[in-house]
Write a protein that binds this ligand. Structure first.
Ligand code: AMP
Length: 198
C-alpha cells in the first residue's frame, strides 16, 4: 500500500497516519515530524528548516525533496509507505513521481482529510496550549492555513484527475474518521482490482 495523507494543518493527519499505517503494516512518514526531530537535535537539516517552520512557511523543495528521497530509499519502504504531509507543492509531486518511477511503482490512493477553517484554527490553538509548538501561535497558525490553501490545496485536483483522490470528512471522533478512511481505501482497492482484471 502506497498512500498519501493530505489535508490542512490541524485536520488530524498525524493521528490518522499512525493508525492507518499500523493497519496496513507500512511506515508512517511525516515530513513535519522528521523536521521537528532535526530541529530538536539541531542537525544541519534542522538548522536549515527551523526559520521556515517557525514562520509557518514551507521548507524549500530542494531540502524537503532530498530528505524524502533519502527516507523512501529505506528498506522498510520497499513494500509500501504512508506519507503524511508530503507532497505539498507541484515540485514535490514531480519529485515523488520521479522517485516512484525509478523503482517502477505507483501510488495506490491519496486521502484528503477535510475540515473547515474555524475548526482548524480552534484545534491548532488548543494544541498550542497543550504542546507548546513554536508554529502554533495564532498568527503562525493563520499563515500556515494560508500557505496550505495557496500551495497545497490545488494539488487535490491534480490527484483527482489521476483518479487517486478520496475526500474524507475530518470532523468527529478519531475512530469515526479512521473508519471513513478505511472505507474509502477499501473501495479504492476494489475499484483497482476491477479495472486491472483481464
Ligand atoms: P506539519 O507537522 O506536517 O504541519 O509540518 C510542520 C512544518 O514543517 C510545516 O509548517 C513546514 O514548515 C514544514 N514541512 C513539513 N512538511 C513539509 C513539506 N512537505 N514541504 C515543506 N515544508 C514542510
Amino acid at each position: 500500500m502506497r498512500l498519501l495523507l493530505m489535508g490542512p494543518p490541524g485536520a488530524g493527519k498525524g493521528t490518522q497516519a499512525a493508525v492507518i499505517a499500523e493497519r496496513f503494516a507500512v511506515p508512517a512518514i511525516s515530513t513535519g515530524d522528521i523536521f521537528r526531530a532535526n530541529v530538536a537535535e539541531q542537525t544541519a537539516l534542522g538548522v536549515a528548516a527551523q526559520a521556515y517552520m517557525d514562520a509557518g512557511e514551507y521548507v524549500p523543495d530542494e531540502i524537503t525533496n532530498a530528505m524524502v528521497a533519502d527516507r523512501l530509499a529505506g528498506g522498510d519502504c520497499a513494500d509500501g509507505f504512508l506519507l503524511d504531509g508530503y507532497p505539498r507543492t507541484p515540485q514535490q509531486v514531480a519529485e515523488l513521481d520521479a522517485i516512484l518511477d525509478r523503482v517502477g511503482v505507483g501510488l495506490d490512493a491519496v486521502v484528503l482529510l477535510e475540515a473547515d477553517t474555524d475548526e482548524l484554527v480552534g484545534r491548532l490553538l488548543a494544541r498550542s496550549q497543550e504542546q507548546g509548538r513554536a508554529d502554533d501561535t495564532e498568527s503562525v497558525v493563520r499563515r500556515r492555513l494560508e500557505v496550505y490553501a495557496a500551495e497545497t490545496g490545488p494539488l487535490a485536483d491534480h490527484y483527482a484527475e489521476r483518479d487517486l483522490l478520496a475526500r474524507v470528512d475530518g470532523l468527529g471522533q478519531v475512530h469515526e474518521v479512521t473508519e471513513r478512511i478505511l472505507t474509502v481505501l477499501t473501495s479504492a482497492a476494489a475499484q483497482r482490482t476491477a479495472t486491472s482484471a483481464p
